[in-house]
Design a protein around this ligand. Structure first.
Ligand SMILES: Cc1cc2nc3c(=O)[nH]c(=O)nc-3n(C[C@H](O)[C@H](O)[C@H](O)COP(=O)(O)OP(=O)(O)OC[C@H]3O[C@@H](n4cnc5c(N)ncnc54)[C@H](O)[C@@H]3O)c2cc1C
Length: 502
């Protein structure tokens, strides 16, 4: 690969096409982490990060609902290279501040172009380059870049709007309907009856954070979800801090402890699901007391870990329920009515404001129109190499993190792989790499991106048919297993027949 400084290669002053060795899509936790590794491991590589929003942060900038926080610990959601020094569950503002420090400490800001929404990316086999078309959000000006390698860090959902199902009668409702992903600045909840539709981490975060000033808030769920409860603190971190151990060491020790415990927990969910289920529900009963009907409201029908399990720090959501400021209704929506929601049971839930915490629109690779040599690319027709690369798609890697472990653990692993791959290409004098099924893979069954028996959140189930395919061999799937991949990825043989160089 041509490791050169960025240069303008054509066009007028305002529409010059700039060239970079690597183009990173997105300045969320993945894009910033990838840029960090690139600068450390391949400092001579020219690169740019294009970000459609006006600042960095991705998820942590988009979501502004009251109480917005992580649902996994920041020791592992934070990067391996930057110690997390606060309590494990962090607010969006704290995560943004942490990312801001990474950008400032490593002078990454000069590589980021904000307000650049990428609309298309076309690969040319002749020039061995991607041509990326973007639109500037401030003046709609089109801008074009070329890059040898595309590093896709665009996350997995559409940032511009959340997913709200169509219910009958929505237009009849006289109050306000709000999706947490687009939280309005002007909304006043004081003294209002609020219904939050949804049972996941967003509902459980939002409710205790608005319960004090609403007249009442009700969580309306079709079916219950698993939660884990605990203190928002890690004892060993507190103890090591008291002993004045260096933050770098504390970060490493706490990461290892958390990862060890998560691994054990995941294995238990698979080997003794009923026992784990009992323990998780037991934690909730202990807060709500023996008279609360946890059987109806907090006993999911699926086994633990088939969907992400949100951590509820200091059981704040359950305390809001116990104190009577919040309540839970497990029922189905018949239709919206003028003054609230009519339920299938015949009961009406009165509401001034309805919050639809109903999830995301899956966005496959940033809603970018991809083409290979002029032919539109349908990712559903490709097969994934370890959830990072795709058959027939040259010079591209995708960062898709973990569901059962912190997303960022995979950002770090993929970054090491991509940097190793870029160095290998340079050493070989190759301008192109793509993955292809090996002769022994040709009879392999092609399956959906993820096994629904293994993990099945609604936003993935709705759009699974649009995602790349998976094979039945470890190379051709996103295993969702950090504990296996942390050893497998560094050992990937870059001269394996799955990699085709040109
Ligand atoms: C409320 C909430 C809480 C979460 N909590 C956790 C947690 O505690 N732990 C955990 O592991 N995971 C959590 N997740 C999942 C979380 O989204 C990921 O862990 C992580 O933040 C994803 O980071 P990312 O950088 O890959 O993607 P994102 O945060 O989605 O960032 C992608 C960026 O790419 C930009 N982009 C996308 N398309 C384009 C385009 N076409 N052109 C230019 N720019 C583009 C977007 O604007 C965005 O800034 C949470 C998700 C949500 C919604």
């Amino acid at each position: 690969m041509n490791i050169s400084a960025a240069r303008a290669i054509s066009g007028s002053a305002s529409q010059a096409t700039e060239h970079f060795d690597v183009l990173i899509v997105g300045a969320g936790i993945s894009g910033i982490g990838s840029a960090y590794h690139l600068t450390k491991q391949l400092p001579d590589t020219s690169f740019v990060i294009l970000e459609s929003q006006q600042t960095f942060g991705g998820t942590w900038w988009t979501h502004k609902y009251p109480g917005i926080r992580s649902d996994s610990d920041l020791h592992t959601f934070g990067y391996s290279f930057k110690p997390w020094v606060g309590p494990p569950i962090a607010s969006a503002a704290e995560i943004l501040a942490y990312m801001g420090e990474v950008i400032a400490d490593n002078d990454l800001g000069r590589h980021i172009r904000y307000g650049h929404r990428i609309v298309s990316a076309s690969w040319s086999s002749e020039s061995k380059l991607w041509t990326i078309a973007a639109v500037k959000s401030d003046n709609d000006e089109p801008v074009t870049f070329t890059a040898n390698f595309l590093w896709m860090c665009q996350g997995y959902y559409r940032h511009s709007e959340g997913y709200t199902p169509e219910w009958q009668g929505m237009k009849d409702f006289k109050g306000r309907i709000v999706h947490p992903q687009c939280w309005p600045e002007d909304i006043v909840l004081d003294g209002k009856q609020v219904v939050v539709i949804g049972s996941g981490a967003t509902a459980a975060t939002l409710i205790p954070n608005i319960a004090d000033h609403c007249a009442h808030v009700t969580m309306l769920q079709r079916s219950p979800t698993f939660f884990r409860l605990g203190r928002n603190a890690i004892e060993i971190a507190e103890e090591l801090r008291r002993l004045q151990v260096k933050e770098e060491w504390i970060h490493e020790i706490v990461r290892r402890k958390i990862l060890f415990e998560q691994d054990a927990f995941t294995r238990r969910c698979l080997s003794e699901p009923e026992q784990v289920k009992k323990e998780l529900i037991g934690q909730i009963s202990a807060v709500l007391g023996p008279d609360f009907d946890v059987g109806t409201h907090f006993t999911p029908s699926y086994r633990p870990w088939r969907q992400r399990i949100a951590f509820v720090p200091d059981a704040d959501f359950f305390h809001a329920v116990k104190d009577g400021k919040a309540s839970v209704v497990t029922d189905e929506i018949e239709r919206f009515v003028e003054n609230g929601i009519l339920l299938k049971s015949g009961k009406t839930l009165e509401a001034d404001v309805i919050v639809t915490a109903t999830g995301f629109h899956l966005s496959i690779l940033g809603d970018i129109a991809f083409a290979i040599d002029g032919e539109p690319l349908d990712f559903a027709e490709t097969v994934t190499y370890r959830g990072m690369m795709f058959t027939g798609v040259p010079n591209m890697a995708w960062v898709f993190g973990y569901f059962r472990a912190s997303w960022t653990l995979r950002t770090d692993l993929v970054a090491d792989f991509v940097c190793r791959m870029l160095a290998h290409m340079k050493q070989k004098g190759a301008g192109k790499v793509e993955v292809a099924l090996r002769p022994e893979d040709h009879n392999m069954p092609l399956l959906s991106w993820i096994d629904p028996e293994n993990f099945n959140p609604n936003y993935l189930m709705r759009d699974m048919h649009r995602l790349p395919k998976r094979g039945d061999k470890v190379e051709w799937q996103h295993s969702q297993d950090y504990w296996a991949e942390k050893d497998q990825f560094p050992a990937i043989d870059l001269d394996d027949k799955a990699f085709v160089y040109g």
